[in-house]
Design a protein around this ligand. Structure first.
Ligand code: NAD
Length: 483
């Protein structure tokens, strides 16, 4: 057993714990963490209790050193450098607890690097505004100024997919804003979140600024959501839990980044190489476990046969297997239960007339990249979110049908369109009911500081991304002076 939070070989079992304001929690119980590929134990986390929740809230609110903008910048920069130095350790940890292929885990550490870099840069910027009041006949000789103040306390709740990036996307902007955070990461992937917390402490973050708690939902997550001393709950996860939070959160700010069912729409004029590449990348990267992964490939009926043939060939190059193997492109999904669900929805679609062209098998949590043709529009696989490497192909007859089909879902996170026709592109930008429309890109394309977030069941239309998240974690005070 080790306490370094570092995977050194395939016998490593990390022993770690929650933290209340920098203090290790001894724990009322322990939670094992397993590798989804072979179910070996990779870690143990000492869990927090209701008492620790209370202590974390009090520590955050009793405050401590108030950080200048430069100090926030320095802490985020130092964290970025520490992350850079331990990139491989972070990647191995992500792979060990999530089953993501090591190459994807490394890519995730690069994204986290950017989040920290952009948050550090934003910490230095003041977006204050000045309004002269003598600009109308009713005016006065005054000026109104805006300043941004941190919120007293944020709760951040994160999902299992992207065990590092989801967490850093909440914590870094909160620190840039000067807001203390209590983090409740996913029980499925706690080790990376705890390692990030330790790295932030090491970078000089005052302990009251961050606690990380895991424990029974009714003792930790739910009380945190309901507590009236908390000013904002920032949640990323499933629609079901997000809606439950919306009902119980009470009078406070709430940010909900929920599930997706993103289409990739391939028009008849699409550049075929681009379409095939985007369909494969969008469907299979991260084992299809991105909220913005391609969940439905909608292809113009005129080019469907040619596209499908090329896509099946391409999909065949996305080899799945041991996530630690350098050659593996697609690792596991999060656990056997998730894999069994995917198997079930494929079976259901087949019973309803669909045809599996590639893949379709699973071993434990390992699901083969699967291409499914002739998928009925109302089968469960495409009506609900299928969080895995499934690529269902559906056809449409013209742009009106494509828009209607793309929008015929409860979700509204993101979308991608493959076309070189400007009129088509403009219509999709205007008519798709999603938070993002990417032309000739996967639905998931973004940079870490651009606004990101969904509508309908995917979210309340409040954006994240470093710059918008800093706004969420702060409020604007106005003051005015005679001038
Ligand atoms: P989940 O909703 O099951 O869990 C998310 C978090 O909520 C976990 O930390 C969990 O412990 C916690 N939680 C569970 N019950 C709770 C309760 N009653 N009160 C408070 N917290 C509670 O989601 P998951 O399975 O970990 O993640 C996958 C989902 O997340 C997918 O639907 C995916 O699309 C979505 N997601 C969305 C985005 C986005 O930006 N829109 C990004 C990544 C993932």
């Amino acid at each position: 057993k080790n306490t370094e939070n570092k995977i050194t070989d395939d016998k490593t079992v990390i022993q770690t714990c929650c933290y209340v304001a920098g203090n290790p929690v001894k724990g009322t119980g322990e939670m094992p963490v397993f590798h989804p590929y072979d179910n070996r134990q990779v870690g143990t986390v000492a869990l927090a209790s209701g008492k620790d929740v209370e202590a974390a809230i009090r520590s955050a609110l009793s405050g401590g050193q108030v950080l200048s903008r430069y100090e926030r910048y320095e802490i985020l920069e130092k964290t970025r450098k520490l992350l850079e130095a331990q990139k491989e350790d972070f990647a191995r940890l992500i792979t060990a607890e999530s089953g993501l292929a090591i190459r994807e885990a490394r890519y995730e550490t690069n994204r986290a690097h950017d989040v920290l870099m952009f948050a550090a840069m934003e910490a230095l910027k003041d977006d204050g505004q000045i309004f002269s009041c003598d600009i109308s006949p009713n005016g006065k000789s005054r000026k109104i100024f805006t300043i941004r103040e941190p919120l007293p306390l944020a709760v951040a709740i994160t999902p299992f997919n992207h065990p590092l990036n989801q967490v850093v996307h909440k914590i870094a902007p909160a620190i840039a804003a000067g807001t203390p955070v209590i983090l409740k990461p996913s029980e499925k992937t706690p080790l990376t979140a705890i390692k990030l917390t330790e790295t932030l402490y090491e970078a000089g973050l005052p302990p009251h600024m961050l606690s990380v708690l895991l424990g029974p939902t009714d003792e930790v997550a739910e009380p945190l959501v309901k507590d009236h001393r908390v000013s904002i709950v920032s949640f990323t996860g499933s629609v079901a839990v997000g809606k439950k939070i919306a009902e119980t959160v009470g009078y406070k700010k709430v940010v909900l980044e929920l599930g997706g069912n993103s289409p990739l729409i391939v028009m008849e004029d699409a550049h075929m190489d681009t379409a095939v590449k985007l369909a494969a990348e969008g469907s299979f990267r991260n084992s299809g476990q991105r909220c913005t992964a391609v969940k439905r490939i909608l292809v113009h009926e005129k080019i469907k046969d040619g596209f499908t043939e090329r896509f099946v060939q391409k999909a065949g190059t996305y080899t799945c297997g041991d996530p630690s193997d350098e050659n593996t492109v697609v690792g596991t999904v999060i656990d056997d239960t998730a894999a069994a669900y995917l198997e079930e929805v494929v079976g259901k679609a087949v019973a309803e007339g669909a045809e599996v062209l590639l893949g379709g098998n699973r071993r434990g949590a390992l699901v083969e990249p699967t291409v499914i043709d002739k998928v009925p529009r109302n089968t469960r696989m495409v009506v609900q979110e299928s969080f895995g490497p499934l690529a269902p192909i559906l056809t449409f007859k013209d742009i009106d049908d494509a828009v209607a089909l793309a929008n015929a879902t409860d979700f509204g996170l993101s979308s991608g369109v493959v076309t070189n026709n400007m009129e088509y592109a403009l219509r999709f930008v205007k008519e798709l009911r999603t938070g993002t429309v990417n032309i000739n890109e996967v639905p998931g394309y973004r940079i870490e500081s651009s606004p990101f977030g969904g509508i309908k069941d995917s979210g309340l239309g409040i954006k994240e991304g470093v710059i918008e998240a800093i706004k969420c974690f702060s409020f604007v005070k106005t003051f005015s002076m005679p001038w």
